[in-house]
Design a protein around this ligand. Structure first.
Ligand code: GLV
Ligand code: MN
Ligand code: MN
Length: 417
C-alpha cells in the first residue's frame, strides 16, 4: 500500500537520523563537545556495538572482515547479485567532530531503515559498511580498511603497523573482533555493483553557495610521510653549539625549507606538519630525536609526483649533521568519480527539489578505493563554516536528512526495485 504513495526519500526520518548521530557521538565524547574515537579503540568498539545493535534490531545481518570493516546487509530478491554498497567510517580524529564519517554510516543506516519502513524490496542486496580506520591518526595510513578491501594494500603489511604506543593493528583488531561476536567473519574484498558514500563537505563551499547537495566530482591526491631526524642528546649548559647534533633545530630547518618547496600562489597545494614528537623533550637536554609527519595534497598527479619526489632531498639538505629517515606512509593518486553516478546524484537531488552543485573533495575518503572496483560517487552536505577535524564541527539536521534522501533514492535506483 505504502509503496504507491511514498517514495523512499519521504521515509527518511530526520529526527531518527539526528538522534542517532547524537547517540553515536557519546562514544568517545570529549568535554569540548567533540569526539575522540580513534580506530580500534575502546570507543570505536562501543560505536561498532551500537551499530550492530541498531542493525540487528531491524533484522539486518552483520559481518566483519579480516581488516575490521563492519558490514550490515539488507537482503535483496537475488541473493547472488552483487550488492550496492554505501557507508563511511566510525573512527574519528583525536580532536574530531560528531559528523566526519559517522554521518555516512548513519545516513546509510537511515536509508536501509527507510526502505524497510516502506516495505520496498530490491533486486540487489544493499550493504552498509563502516570502514576500519579511515582517519589514520592512530594507525597510519588512513583509509586502511577500504584499501585492504580494494586490494590496494596487503593485509599482512597493514596488520603489522603499530600505533604511537607500539600496539599493532593485528592486536587491536583481535580485541575489536572479540568484542563484536554478533558479526561473523566474512571474506575480505568483493566486487560491489556500485558504491555511494554520503559525507559532510568538510570545507566552506556549499555553505557559501547556499547549496544543500554537493555532487562530488573526484578526490585530490594525497601523500603522507614520516620524517625521523636522529641527532645526539647533550647537556644544554655545556655542549658547545658547534659540536651539537640538534635534531629539533634540523627538523625546524627542514620544515622551513619544505614550506618554500610547497609555496604556491594559487593556494592549491596543501602542506601540513600535523605531528611533531621531540625526544627526550626535556628543557636542558639538546633534542636527540624528532619525528614529524607530512600531509601534502594536490589535485594534479604530476605536481604530486614532482613535489613529493623532492621532499627527501630537501630534508637531507637541511640535516645539520643529523641522520634522516624519510618514509612514505600514504600515497593516494587523484581520482574522478563515475560520470553516470554523478549524473544520478545530480538528477535525483533536482527531482527532490534540492539545490546542488559539482564539487571536488579536498579530503580523502574510502570511496577512493572503491572507485577502481565499481562505479562510485559521493554526496556532500554542508558543514558549519566548513570546519572539520575540529570538535566544533557541526551540520544541520535538515541538511543531513536531505543528503540521506538523495542517498536512499540513488541506492534504490542502483539496487533495482
Ligand atoms: C580524511 O580524514 C582526510 O584526512 O582527508
Ligand atoms: Mn571522513
Ligand atoms: Mn576525517
Amino acid at each position: 500500500m505504502l509503496r504507491n504513495v511514498k517514495r523512499p526519500a519521504d521515509a527518511i526520518d530526520e529526527q531518527r537520523l539526528w538522534r542517532r548521530q547524537m547517540e553515536l557521538a557519546r562514544f568517545g565524547a570529549r568535554p569540548d563537545g567533540g569526539v575522540n574515537r580513534q580506530a580500534l579503540s575502546a570507543e570505536d568498539i562501543a560505536a561498532r556495538r551500537q551499530l550492530i545493535a541498531w542493525a540487528t534490531a531491524r533484522g539486518f545481518a552483520c559481518s566483519v572482515d579480516s581488516i575490521g570493516n563492519l558490514f550490515v546487509r539488507r537482503a535483496g530478491r537475488n541473493p547472488d547479485a552483487a550488492p550496492v554498497l554505501t557507508g563511511s567510517h566510525l573512527d574519528s580524529q583525536p580532536a574530531g567532530g560528531k559528523f566526519d564519517g559517522a554521518y555516512g554510516v548513519m545516513a546509510g543506516l537511515e536509508a536501509l531503515e527507510a526502505l524497510e519502513d516502506l516495505g520496498i524490496s530490491t533486486e540487489r542486496p544493499i550493504e552498509l559498511v563502516a570502514w576500519c580506520n579511515e582517519e589514520g591518526g592512530r594507525f597510519p595510513p588512513g583509509a586502511m580498511g577500504s584499501a585492504a578491501y580494494g586490494g590496494a594494500q596487503k593485509l599482512d603489511d597493514l596488520l603489522a603497523i603499530r600505533d604511537w604506543e607500539g600496539v599493532t593493528v593485528e592486536a587491536a583488531l583481535r580485541t575489536t573482533l572479540a568484542a563484536t561476536p554478533e558479526a561473523p567473519l566474512r571474506t575480505l574484498g568483493g566486487k560491489p555493483a556500485a558504491y555511494v558514500e554520503a559525507h559532510i563537505e568538510q570545507g566552506p563551499l556549499l555553505e557559501a553557495a547556499r547549496t544543500t547537495i554537493g555532487v562530488v566530482t573526484g578526490i585530490q591526491g594525497a601523500q603522507w610521510y614520516h620524517v625521523e631526524v636522529i641527532g645526539s642528546e647533550a647537556h644544554a649548559g655545556t655542549a658547545p653549539l658547534k659540536t651539537r647534533r640538534d635534531a629539533l633545530k634540523a627538523a625546524m630547518a627542514m620544515i622551513a625549507a619544505l614550506e618554500q618547496l610547497m609555496a604556491d600562489e594559487t593556494d592549491t597545494v596543501r602542506f601540513t606538519v600535523g605531528r611533531f614528537d621531540v625526544t627526550p623533550n626535556s628543557t636542558n637536554t639538546v633534542p636527540g630525536r624528532v619525528l614529524f609527519t607530512i600531509d601534502f595534497r594536490h589535485p594534479d598527479a604530476a605536481v604530486l609526483a614532482r613535489l613529493g619526489g623532492a621532499i627527501e632531498g630537501v630534508c637531507r639538505a637541511h640535516a645539520r649533521g643529523c641522520e634522516v629517515h624519510v618514509s612514505k606512509t600514504l600515497d593516494m593518486s587523484p581520482i574522478r568519480f563515475d560520470a553516470a553516478i554523478q549524473q544520478r546524484i545530480d538528477f535525483t537531488a533536482g527531482e527532490l527539489g534540492l539545490s546542488r552543485m559539482a564539487i571536488a573533495s579536498g579530503a580523502f575518503h574510502d570511496a577512493k578505493y572503491m572507485n577502481p572496483l565499481c562505479p562510485s560517487g559521493m554526496i556532500f552536505v554542508p558543514c558549519e563554516k566548513g570546519i572539520s577535524h575540529n570538535p566544533v564541527e557541526n551540520a544541520t539536521a535538515g541538511d543531513l536528512a536531505a543528503g540521506a534522501r538523495v542517498l536512499v533514492e540513488v541506492l534504490l535506483q542502483l539496487a533495482g526495485q
